[in-house]
Design a protein around this ligand. Structure first.
Ligand SMILES: [Zn+2]
Length: 209
């Protein structure tokens, strides 16, 4: 019924990135839910692709859990094998037996994708998370495009890219790799800090990515 941050992963990093996606909207909150997850609360006070998507996820009928994990963490590849997350950036899984849609993403490894001219463009960490949350949103709302899920997610990703002034990604090219690409980052949302988390990492500075 909402959006959760896994305390088994780096919940402080995840909170920074959700806060970045909302463009440091002070209405974002976090509360303890269980020993394993914190719950995001949010009713936006400003609008934009990022704020709109986080609010929709918080109000969604689905249960989405975000795990921010470091470079080198092995995750299931969906085909029965494990893969280092830094090779793919992130992954979103269909709802499990408990109805949880799990999102995992790497928060500390530079990655790039491609624009329509084939140039390498950066995938800042909040962009990677926003992309995975697009898959999660559509799974939670029955709108998942199983025929072309990457076109769907990159189209959503591009709405956030446009909001923060980053070049757009080619929605027909899901390729990418490790490295800074064009080096462009998300512009800061100035001097604010996210609400204090209850996890081991506590509050983190905003928009350091
Ligand atoms: Zn994707």
């Amino acid at each position: 019924m909402t959006l959760f941050l896994s305390k088994l992963a780096n919940d402080g990093a995840a909170l920074v990135d959700v806060f970045t996606i909302t463009r440091c909207d002070s209405a974002l909150g976090v509360t303890a839910a269980t020993s394993q997850v914190d719950r995001i609360t949010y009713a936006k006070t400003s609008s934009g692709a990022g704020q709109d998507r986080i609010e929709a996820l918080v109000q969604s009928a689905g249960n989405v859990v975000i795990s921010a994990v470091p470079n080198g963490t092995n995750i299931p590849d969906g085909a029965g094998n494990m893969i280092p997350i830094n090779l793919v950036g992130g992954a979103t899984y269909p709802a499990d037996a408990n109805g949880l849609i799990q999102v995992a993403y790497c928060f500390d490894n530079p990655m790039f994708g491609f624009d329509t001219a084939g140039n390498q463009i950066s995938l800042p960490r909040s962009v990677i998370l926003l992309h995975e949350l697009s898959h999660a949103f559509h799974r939670a709302n029955g709108s998942f495009d199983a025929a072309d899920p990457e076109f769907q997610a990159i189209t959503d990703e591009n709405r956030y890219r446009a909001q923060v002034g980053l070049p757009l990604r080619d929605p027909n090219n899901h390729n990418g790799g490790q490295g800074p690409g064009d080096g462009l980052q998300i512009p800061t949302c100035t001097g604010m800090v996210p609400p204090g988390g209850t996890g081991p990492t506590g509050p983190s500075p905003c928009c350091s990515c």
